[in-house]
Design a protein around this ligand. Structure first.
Ligand code: FES
Length: 237
């Protein structure tokens, strides 16, 4: 073999070794960093590795989010009554006897109270069946009434002492017994205020609103038993 031939063979061998080195390097990178990583590294050598970590975290977060979503999707909310919205209103841990909370339902502008009465009540939920909720529009002329605990007096009438937890309307003195599905026990109101249908989740203590009992909320086809009218003319919560 001539000297020229030997030089050409040596050069060819060196080229093959370089190709082999590059191939091994890429292969190792693919194994360690993954195809996406090496692709990004080759295309964008300036991207720091933390970007990849962040993206991995995002992926993890997305995966975690997926798991959370999966958990959420496995939770079966209580069934709605008719077309009423189903919303979580409170948790048992946040309630105190005789201390009502307000919430809007089923439309955004419709006030309600939810209260743990401390005594068993018709339609009550929770460990003691004493948690109830009602539309807060008085059935007389639509004033918003207030809650009065047993033994207490409303701010507008110090002469009145409630014997049971009641809803008291200061406009004309209608009184609703909240232990008996808001039965009218005084005043001009012609009918009880509608009771919210509640669902108590024992595993979490969450309390859900799932619908309304008749009659309809004041101002929504007042007095009718067709509670679908409660959902007309406004935006659901
Ligand atoms: S509006 Fe409530 S008693 Fe008249």
């Amino acid at each position: 073999m001539s000297s020229k031939d030997e030089n050409e063979k040596s050069s060819s061998d060196e080229s093959r070794r370089n190709v082999l080195k590059i191939g091994l390097g890429i292969g190792a990178a693919l194994v360690i960093g993954g195809v996406g990583s090496i692709t990004r590294t080759l295309l964008n050598p300036g991207i720091p590795e933390t970007v990849e970590t962040t993206q991995s975290s995002t992926t993890t977060a997305a995966t975690t989010g997926g798991a959370t979503s999966a958990t959420a999707s496995t939770f079966v909310p209580p069934p709605a009554t008719s077309d009423f919205p189903v919303i979580m209103v409170a948790n048992l841990s946040g309630l105190q006897d005789g201390n009502p909370i307000s919430f809007n339902y089923p439309l955004q502008e419709q006030p309600n109270i939810l209260v743990k009465l401390g005594v068993q009540a018709a339609g009550g939920v929770g460990p003691n069946s004493d948690i109830v909720a009602f539309s807060q529009y008085c059935q007389h002329l639509g004033c918003v009434y207030g809650f009065v605990a047993a033994g207490q007096a409303p701010s507008c009438n110090s002469a009145y002492k409630a014997t049971d937890p009641v809803g008291y309307c200061c406009c004309h003195g209608s009184v609703y017994d909240l232990t008996e599905a808001a039965k009218v026990i005084a005043g001009p109101a012609p009918r009880p205020v509608p009771q919210v249908i509640l669902y108590f989740d024992q595993s979490t203590g969450n309390i859900w609103a799932t619908g309304m009992n008749p009659p309809t909320i004041f101002g929504y086809d007042t007095g009718s038993s067709d509670v679908s009218q409660d959902l007309v003319g406004g935006t659901l919560v």
